[in-house]
Design a protein around this ligand. Sequence first.
Ligand code: PMP
Ligand code: GLN
Length: 379
Amino acid sequence: FISKLPDTGTSIFTVMSALASEHNAVNLGQGFPDFPMNQELIGLVEKAMKAGFNQYAPMQGYTPLRNILSEKIASLYSTAVDPDSQITITPGGTYAIYTALTTILRPGDEVIIFEPAYDSYIPNVVANGATPVLVNLQFPEYKIDWDEVEKKITSKTKMIMLNTPHNPTGAIISDNDIQRLRKIVSNTGIYILSDEVYEHLIFDNSKHCSILRYPDLLERSFVCFSFGKVYHCTGWKLGYIVSSPLLMKEFRKLHQFNCFSCHTPSQVALAQFLENTEAYTSLGTFLQKKRDYFINLMSSTRFDLLDSKGSYFICARYERISDESDKDFAVRITKEYGVATIPVSAFYRSGTDNKVIRFCFAKKEETLEQAIERLNKIN
Ligand code: PMP
Ligand code: GLN
């Protein structure tokens, strides 16, 4: 058997969560909240089920949900997106990314990926017979070096993948980044995949530079979102993708034969719940408080935190504690001190190890306190 993914092992999230439960560790590794989701939204799912919404939803997604998403996009990003031809509900953001890549890529195509990169990107590209072309984000700010991107563009470049707010670093892209991107792709056939699952988890009054704000770029883009991240229900595995009518038509050709349609009652519930705009506009402030609480607690340890401008995550250097590789260090503190994190080198195919680990702070205050109490014991 010749593997399509010979260089791919088990996802670091699976590995670290298994290690966390084996050692009864506080899990600040895999990104998921440990506080309860909104009970009203749960009630709406139950109501939808009881009202009989238990059969297949339309292939492209429940119509009222797509309609209200289009309203949300218009109000947040001032762009008109047609719910019928430009939005598709998907079983999570990961699926949306994979299907978008499969829609576009052919063997031999090149895809620009910034490292550290969310762990599904490279295997998704390789499984489609395309070649990842890696560009390191500039450490420690994790900014994009657009001159480097320009140098790596060839006649085979088919796509550039963006992720903002960024997992694992919490970096965000700015209007300047968008201007550079626009220059690079104009007059080319390069597509953009923009992973924006953390669109609302953005701090310090920063603006989310969604590709949806730029209709000229949306023409050549797929933009991916996740309800799991917005409504604290990562286990629902529900999201959506936005694109141009032309690209979406092609996306749906694959989607209809891979998944067909998504869980109906949760779509019905979300269509109603999205009327409550406060539920998502307040998210940044909510998570920022958690970030700041975490930063404050961490000041008693010998970790040096990097900047986090968005997402669930904050990275930390540990050079004042150890000179181990980040993987060895993350495994050891899970086993010996009972705190699980994610080694950031797991997001680099290039093997870069800046000796940085990622913490997820989307946790109850007592969870964060318990973790830091344990981290303080590291000598
Ligand atoms: N992209 C990034 C950057 C993520 O962190 C996640 C979260 N797991 C996803 C995509 C996938 O989201 P979902 O759980 O909806 O598949
Ligand atoms: N996105 C989550 C993270 O970065 C994990 C999702 C997963 O386990 N696949 O931690």
